[in-house]
Design a protein around this ligand. Sequence first.
Ligand code: NAG
Ligand code: NAG
Length: 432
Amino acid sequence: MYLRVPLILFLLASAGPSEANIFARGSEHILRSIDSAHRHAVKRSSNLARDLRRAFSPILVSQDSSSQSVYCVTGDGLTESGGGSSGSGSSGGSGSGSASAKASGTASASASAASSSSAASSSSPWKLQQSYEGNSFFSGWTFFTASDPTDGTVQYVDSGTASSANLTGINSAGNAYMRVDTTQTVSGNRQSVRITTDYTFTGGLVILDAVHIPTGCGTWPAFWSDGPNWPNGGEIDIVEGVNSLTINQASIHTSSGCNLPSGDSSTLGISGTIVGGTNCAAAESDDSGCGVQSSNTNSFGAGFNSIGGGVYTMQWTDEGIKVWFFQRSSIPSDISSGAPNSSNWGTPLSFWPSTDCTMSKYFYDHQAIFDTTLCGQWAGNAWGQSGVPGQEQSCAATTGVSTCAEYVAGHGDGFANAYWEVKSVKIYQESS
Ligand SMILES: *[C@@H]1O[C@H](CO)[C@@H](O)[C@H](O)[C@H]1NC(C)=O
Ligand SMILES: *[C@@H]1O[C@H](CO)[C@@H](O)[C@H](O)[C@H]1NC(C)=O
C-alpha cells in the first residue's frame, strides 16, 4: 500500500476519430505522477472513503506546441492546460443497453420514499427508490462530524448546528444548499458540511441535478459513493475537483484486481481522458485509482455554475460503471420526465467496464456522499498550481496568500461561492 511510485511518464496514443474524442485528437497526453509527502494520512484514514486520496504536488509540464495538451498532476490526476475546448460529450455514442445488474437497495426508515407513481416508468429500465429534493431534501442523510479524513482545515458540523448557522437550508427556489462558513476569521478549522445517505445500494442509477458546485481557492468539493471497508467495497467519485478548476474528474478506487482494459478513450468509448493509469486498485496506484477527466470547462466550478449547472448520472450495472454529464440546456428529456434510459444518452464521460473488474466483487453496499472540504491533500497541495482550466494563475497568486490553510483561516469572504445548490438527488434500481 505504501509502495513508492517513481516518476511515471505515460504517452497516451492519440485518440481515435470519433467525435467524442475531438478534444483529444492530435494530442499527446503527458501524464506524470509523483509520490507525495502525505503517506501518513493514508494510514490514519484507512477505513474511509475518497479520503485515501493521494496527494501530489502539482507539476506543470511545459507546453511546447499549440497542438499539444499539457496535463498537470493534482490530487490524483491531471488537469489539462491549453486547448480551452468545451463540450458536453453527449454526441454520438454506443448507448449502454439496458441494465442487467442484480441491483438491490435497502432504505432506512427516515429516508424519503419514492413515489410509486413515477412518470412513464414503462419506458425506463429503472425504478425510483429514493428522491432527495425540496423541503425534505435533508431527510435521509446523516451528518458526518468526525475530523476530515483528507486532512482538510475543515470542521464538519451536525445537522442542528448546520441549520442554525445557515450552512444548510432550502432556498426560495426549493433547492437545498450546503455552505462553508464565511466568518472572516476563524481560529482553528472552518465549518462545513458532509452528509451521507442512510440508503445503501448495490448497483443502480444515481442522478444528481445541481445548480451550483462549491468553487474558489481552498475548496475541494465532491459528490461520490462509497462502500464499506475501503477500498474493499469500492469508491465511485462522480463529481470532484479543487480550487478554481472548471473541469470535473470522475474516479473509481478499488481493492486489488480491478483494471481498465485500456487507457485509450476511443477504445473505452468515452469522452473523457484517462488520467491515472489503468490499475484501479488503491494499493497499486498509490491510492489514485482510475481517474477520468472531462475536457468540458462547464463540467465543474465556475464554468458549471455560470450555465446554471446540470445533471450528473452514474449508472452501475453488471456491465460496469458509467458517468455522464449534461449541461442544463441539454438534459435528456427522459431524465427530466423521471423515466431515465441511458440508451438515449450518447457517449459517457467515463466508463469502467466489468471486463477486467467484476462489479459484484469490487463494488457493494454504497452510500452517496456530499462534502466540501478545504485545503487538505488535494486542494492544499494544488495551491500553487497554475495553467489549468479555471486556475490559469495559482491560488497563491490570485489570493496573495502563500498557503491554503492561512487563507482558509483568515479570508471567509473568499468562500462566498463555496456552496452546493442542489435541485435533487435521485437513486434508482433496476425495474424487475
Ligand atoms: C431505452 O431506450 C431504447 C432506445 O430508445 C429503447 O430501445 C429501449 O426499449 C428503452 N428501454 C426501456 C426499458 O424502455
Ligand atoms: C442563508 O443562506 C442562504 C444561501 O446562501 C441565503 O440566501 C440566505 O440569505 C441566508 N439566510 C440568512 C438568514 O442569512
